[in-house]
Design a protein around this ligand. Structure first.
Ligand SMILES: [Zn+2]
Ligand SMILES: [Zn+2]
Length: 309
């Protein structure tokens, strides 16, 4: 949930601490075996490129919902499940409902980035209508129709989830609400490998190229944040990072697209992404799409990783 919104963040925490219960509130020192030395060394190379978490502004996520974060070592200790299930691979993206040509372009760009970001195949499934939405799964809020996130996950995604999919994520254009909160940008479950996110609150991508780029940047952030949750990564509290929780559009817009030196190695290990190839590919993607701030960040990481070869 990167998103998140008030809802998302809260919901994610509930899933993290509620259904997983094993995520500690504060980082504790854990030792990794020597097998992890190469990953740890690469993480150290990118550490200077990243900014540690800035002090909270009033109303920020961590001010309202203090979380301890999670180190790479903690993640490894908690997620041996994946090591025991190497068959889990690929991200399935399910468009639900109507998408115009511009929105379709956003879906394609997002799938492309997700594949590069996580180092695993990201496939766009054939679009489906939302179908008949039960009364209990729809409502009007401030004259805007909203659809219930849990209905999409339970009734649409879970029955169709590929058994060996690393993650199955739905993309919608309608506004979302999770049941107990007003709205969310997206939502994910940390143990069932399903989630969803919406374009609805990312701005109008039709106005001009700058507007499309802004909507793309926001959509990419939500996509990788929610997918991070689906891989079992909780909110980050150590660095300015795409896994930071966010309680508002402003807080979300301040956060980077990239994962930090504690969160990024989780992808390398869990998904098998090659750090250097990943960085180069993401840099080229962002340069092509005019996301220059992000491209500069990826270039710095790429340079740091290459220089140690
Ligand atoms: Zn989140
Ligand atoms: Zn992080």
């Amino acid at each position: 949930m990167l998103v998140v919104a008030v809802g998302l963040a809260f919901a994610a925490r509930m899933w993290l601490l509620g259904s997983r219960g094993d995520v500690p509130d504060a980082p504790i020192a854990l030792k990794l075996t020597a097998d992890f030395d190469p990953i740890v060394a690469q993480a150290e190379r990118i550490r200077p490129v990243h900014e540690t978490k800035r002090p909270n502004e009033p109303g920020d996520w961590l001010e309202r919902s203090p979380e301890g974060g999670q180190t790479f070592a903690q993640f490894v200790h908690l997620h041996q499940f994946k090591a025991a299930h190497p068959e889990l691979t690929g991200i399935d993206i399910q468009p639900l409902g109507e998408f115009d040509q511009t929105q379709q372009k956003l879906v394609e760009r997002t799938a492309e980035l997700m594949e590069l970001f996580f180092g695993t195949k990201a496939k766009i499934l054939e679009g489906k209508p939302l179908g008949e939405i039960p009364e209990s799964a729809q409502r009007m809020r401030n004259d805007t129709p909203q659809v219930l996130t849990t209905w999409i996950m339970d009734d649409i995604l879970m029955p169709q989830r590929r058994p060996d999919a690393l993650a199955t994520i739905a993309l919608v254009t309608c506004d979302l609400w999770p049941g107990d909160l007003n709205w969310v940008f997206g939502q994910a479950r940390l143990t069932e490998r399903v989630g969803l996110w919406s374009l609805h609150r990312n701005g109008d991508p039709h106005a001009d190229q700058a507007a499309f780029r802004l909507c793309l940047r926001r959509t990419l952030k939500t996509a990788v944040h929610e997918t991070g949750h689906m891989l079992g990564i909780p909110h980050c509290a150590a660095y300015e990072c795409c896994m930071n929780g966010s309680r508002s559009r402003e807080e979300n817009d301040r956060q980077p697209l990239e994962f930090c030196p504690e969160c990024q190695p989780k992808i390398w290990w869990y998904c098998g992404a090659d750090p250097i190839q990943r960085c180069q590919a993401l840099m080229e993607f962002c340069e092509r799409e005019g996301l220059m701030e992000e491209a500069t960040r990826f270039r710095k990481e790429w340079d740091s990783l290459k220089s140690a070869r």
